[in-house]
Design a protein around this ligand. Sequence first.
Ligand SMILES: [Zn+2]
Ligand SMILES: [Zn+2]
Length: 281
Amino acid sequence: MPWDARRLGGDSVLTDTHAHVQMHQFARDREDVIAAAFADGIARIVVPGIDLETSHAAVALAAAHPGRLFAGVGTHPHDAATLTAEALAGQRTLARAPGVVAIGEIGLDFYRNLSPRQTQLDALAAQLTLARELDLPVILHNRESHAEMLAMLREHGHGLRGVFHCFIGDKAMAQDALDLGFHLSFAGPVAFAKNVELAEVAAWAPAERILVETDSPYLTPPPFRGKRNEPRHVALVARRVAELRGLRFEELTELTTRNANTLFRLPDLQPQEGVTQHASL
Ligand SMILES: [Zn+2]
Ligand SMILES: [Zn+2]
């Protein structure tokens, strides 16, 4: 199917709640990618950092696209070793900048273990505390670390809100996240046919707790697998989730956009917000 056939309708708006468009994979054509997303009806993009440098870059992008792009400030579990006391202080300052809507992405990844487990746990605890201090939601990365994540949220996350980004667990794991008051965000994997358990979760999760995202440049959904992912492909994820829930596409976009606005406390979308400035990164 040509891309045109997948374009959103006139009034539909979608929010890609997780796209790393500040990263080097977009160095050559970043503004074109963002413009293509806007042209396809993606109203807003949340850009999470993975360390202090990419968090700064996310904040710069948010400043260049006010009201359209928003930033997360955080250190990813893969990069947990970079979260020194100094870097944490840098994050605390940066998180007060305009356009910052979350602490993230943060979390645990015991699948790839690119940082030692204890370093990941310490970095997560420090950033959950920072999110509580600043009253910001958290964007959580959680891979092969479900029990530890729940324990961390119970110990350090009291009163916190946030999202399990790229949720790929089963119903029991989803229920744990929901019980703690968290949202679930679906990405490319929900569109892969063999993911039966995940499809069940996407069909069953409470309407007011679901979000959609791309995790660009990763996790490209079909039919674009193997290529770099882009925010405009969030429409493919939304289409699949709508199908699973028996909703019209427009109903799903409205629902997930409203949920994103609530969770990240995004300002109302202004009709004239179509003109973009160019970021210098
Ligand atoms: Zn992640
Ligand atoms: Zn990510």
